[in-house]
Ligand binder design. Sequence first.
Ligand SMILES: NC(=O)c1ccc[n+]([C@@H]2O[C@H](COP(=O)([O-])OP(=O)(O)OC[C@H]3O[C@@H](n4cnc5c(N)ncnc54)[C@H](OP(=O)(O)O)[C@@H]3O)[C@@H](O)[C@H]2O)c1
Length: 443
Amino acid sequence: MSAPNVIRIGLCGLGTVGQGVWKHIDRARHELESRLGVRLELAVAAVRDTSKQRTVRIPAAKLTDDPIAVASDPSIDIVCELIGGTDVARDVTLTALALGKIVVSANKALICKHGAEIFEMARRHGGHFLFEASVAGGIPIIKALREGLVANRFPLIYGILNGTCNYILTQMEDLDVPYATVLGDAKRLGYAEADESLDVHGWDTAHKAAVLTYLAHGVWVPTDRMVVEGIDRLTPADFQHAATFGYGIKLLAIISRDFAKNELSVRVHPTLLPESHVVAKVSGVFNAVSIKGDVVGTTLYIGRGAGQDATSSAVISDIVDAVSILKNDRRAFITARKEPAAAVSSTPCRLAPPERIHGRYYIRLTVKDRPGVLARVATVMADQRVSIASVIQNRAERPDAASLVLTTHDSNERAIQATLTRLARLASVLEPPLLLRIGDFPE
Ligand SMILES: NC(=O)c1ccc[n+]([C@@H]2O[C@H](COP(=O)([O-])OP(=O)(O)OC[C@H]3O[C@@H](n4cnc5c(N)ncnc54)[C@H](OP(=O)(O)O)[C@@H]3O)[C@@H](O)[C@H]2O)c1
């Protein structure tokens, strides 16, 4: 079969990312086409409202409100699913893959929920599903894991995967202002969605952690099997206390694997990181991912994790890969690139039980300002064999209350959760305890 001269691209979705892809392909068309040796035709774009004003100029004849028609059009070679959500996006993706097409996607929620079905559909019909833009925006983290680091196994991957949360945490830390104030500003500036819950409760980060886990370890870990905690209970005082100990606070995804026990743990939670740690210095909407490979050692990737241009950069890199697949032998690509090496080569791993997830902890308690309270707290912790490393006591915001901040020596998730449950039951503890993990990651 001779290689095609024209590659026809159909965009499903022409919002923030879709318009960026259109704009940047138009802008870089000459260079891309001369590198690839084909003509790239932005053939059609499916939207909800064809009469909406857009920032890119598109002939009316190229707009449709029927994304399934784009996915099933035999003249479209590459379908970019940039709609978002998991309903229409799933239909578009499966329709195109069932026809053996190449689908490019930025949709981590879709991959997390329907990844197994999507990859199976691609495998069965000789299609391809490329998703560089789904994790860490403009950082080519999928390519790093799948290609650049293919010789490695990955005992530890961690990082900042949500720019909205990192922006909020950075502002709280730098300006000493409450969460709600920063969230309001972030919405006005367009850094946070009108419904912020997916971001601030940690679920968006968990979706991305699931994708990275699949690539690194070949297993789908449902988000309800992960520890997922958000940033909405943090206060400016937590940043002050953390700073007293020499730490900053970041929302991290942490994927760790013990190869000897064949156990995996996937967690998303606010984490204290030493101020000197390079990831603690990653601020605003930027993302950072640290990958430890058993061959290469630790590698670190920092860049814009979202936004029109960064995300388009990743989508276009997948489009270029898709063109290479179409121009060359599809089967060669399947063998070399399609599946994560871990999925093929390793035996399935188990999720680590809580008693094997170790670390140091930060606990903030709002307690009655009375004598003997600290002793009762210390007794509960001693009963669970959780050893206290330090205590700070301050006046709390509510009257007759004190804020107790404790850090622990090395403990484990089972012991610390049992401790929190018992502390929450003490009559002298006035609010649910806040737990933060202390990240002791070697650089
Ligand atoms: N924005 C980012 O920075 C970013 C970063 C990384 C990944 N992503 C992912 O990229 C994807 C797209 O995000 P986005 O920010 O570009 O979303 P968006 O701005 O909301 O755009 C969504 C587009 O899909 C269209 N659409 C929605 N429902 C449709 C339907 N039923 N039929 C046809 N078209 C439909 C919309 O049409 P109308 O324009 O007519 O409403 C719009 O053009 C999502 O999966 C998101 O998670 C986004």
